[in-house]
Design a protein around this ligand. Structure first.
Ligand SMILES: NC(=O)c1ccc[n+]([C@@H]2O[C@H](COP(=O)([O-])OP(=O)(O)OC[C@H]3O[C@@H](n4cnc5c(N)ncnc54)[C@H](O)[C@@H]3O)[C@@H](O)[C@H]2O)c1
Ligand SMILES: [Zn+2]
Length: 360
């Protein structure tokens, strides 16, 4: 098990300890030792895997009492109702300010558990145990927690960095293939925006990734997490920095909407990265050949790289037109300064017509 201390912004109350690799889960046996009570949170799908039980067994080694709550899974249940269910269960268990929340699950679960921790008794510490690739590479890094509202995604939340993130590659072995592949889109993104060698590593080792080989997966995730942590840390000083994390997402979000969410987030972002990189090449910002490299890497990881025929072009254009980032017939696209080089000014504003031309 590898230990990395992430250098996150000062306002994040110090640091987040990151434990990576097979067996990282077992670190709970020491990390939970000073809590009065441990509030273990998971969801129904994850509860059917060995991982919450493994987490609970590690916590029980500390002799600390554990209260376990199982939420309903998925985006539909990333709601205030789920948060309230947690607050109620925690109060009923007699939890106080010295409690520690441990969230075991994908990004939906850790977003809810982290937000409930941020708000319970005005804030108790928490540990994220992400069990999806997206959770490890993205959702549990950077301190954003929150829920969806009827009006839209992630509209209520808090910045509350976990005290530790335990990214145990073994937990990925129970993921359905499509969920597993989806998360790797964010790792490809991290390579393109912040680590050219990570992209090469992905190109060379996609077979081991598909086989969920723990050592390879851990090495790639470590590099990917480092990119996100660096962007988040720099954002403290430069407001616009964080926007680079949106690379591939302007087009990606439009595709998700235009497909009526039949296209998953990772698949939409994979296609979005290829299209936005093509724009980057046209603008002289990215090297020729990069869109093809991204496409080949995504394909090798089981992700699409071309616009699906069954998503109407007009729907994509409409979705781009209603993009909240679009202003006065213009669209914001976040591009690195070069391959693996994010900068202080990632956002480019291009005429909508320019992006639509690349889409053709
Ligand atoms: N906080 C942030 O900064 C941030 C960043 C990116 C994304 N997110 C959020 O993350 C969420 C998406 O996360 P996700 O893709 O992990 O989705 P998810 O949490 O819904 O998990 C995907 C599916 O996999 C199942 N699952 C999870 N772990 C499993 C395991 N080990 N074995 C078997 N099944 C498992 C889940 O039950 C679910 O059905 C979105 O709500 C998004 O807004 C947050
Ligand atoms: Zn994303």
């Amino acid at each position: 098990v590898k230990h990395v201390v992430l250098d996150l912004p000062a306002r994040a109350a110090g640091r987040t300890d990151l434990w990576l690799g097979a067996g990282a889960l077992d670190r709970l046996a020491t990390l939970a030792a000073d809590a009065e009570r441990v509030l273990l949170v998971t969801e129904r799908h994850v509860a059917a895997t060995p991982w919450p039980g493994r987490a609970q067994a590690a916590i029980e080694k500390t002799g600390r009492p554990v209260t376990r709550t199982v939420l309903q899974p998925g985006e539909k249940h990333k709601t205030l109702a789920s948060v309230e269910k947690l607050w109620t269960a925690w109060l009923a268990a007699g939890a106080g300010r010295d409690a520690l929340v441990v969230g075991v699950g994908g990004g939906c679960l850790t977003d809810v558990a982290g937000f409930a921790a941020a708000t319970f008794l005005r804030g108790v510490p928490w540990i994220a145990v992400p069990t999806t690739v997206l959770g490890m590479a993205d959702a549990s890094i950077g301190g954003k927690t929150g829920v969806n509202l009827a009006e839209g995604k992630n509209l209520a939340g808090a910045l509350h960095h976990p005290r530790a993130v335990l990214a145990d590659a073994e937990t990925l072995t129970t993921l359905p293939d499509d969920v597993h592949a989806d998360g790797w889109a964010e790792v490809v993104k991290a390579g393109v925006i912040g680590d050219a060698a990570l992209l090469v590593d992905l190109e060379d080792h996609s077979d081991e990734v598909l086989a969920r080989e723990a050592a390879t997966v851990t090495r790639l995730l470590a590099r990917s997490i480092r990119v996100k942590a660096a962007v988040v840390a720099a954002d403290e000083r430069e407001e616009s920095r964080r926007e680079i994390l949106n690379f591939g997402h302007t087009v990606g979000h439009a595709l998700e909407h235009a497909s009526g969410h039949r296209l998953s987030h990772g698949r939409a972002v994979a296609i979005g990265m290829v299209i936005e990189a093509r724009l980057g090449v046209e603008l002289g910002r990215l090297p020729p050949g990069l869109p093809e490299r991204i496409a080949a890497t995504c394909a090798a990881l089981g992700l699409p790289s071309t616009l699906p025929e069954d998503v109407p072009r007009e729907a994509i254009e409409a979705a781009l037109g209603s993009d909240k980032k679009r202003r006065r017939g213009e669209i914001r696209v976040a591009l690195p300064e070069g391959l693996g080089q994010h900068s202080a000014t990632p956002a480019l504003v291009v005429p909508a017509s320019r992006l639509l031309a690349v889409l053709e």
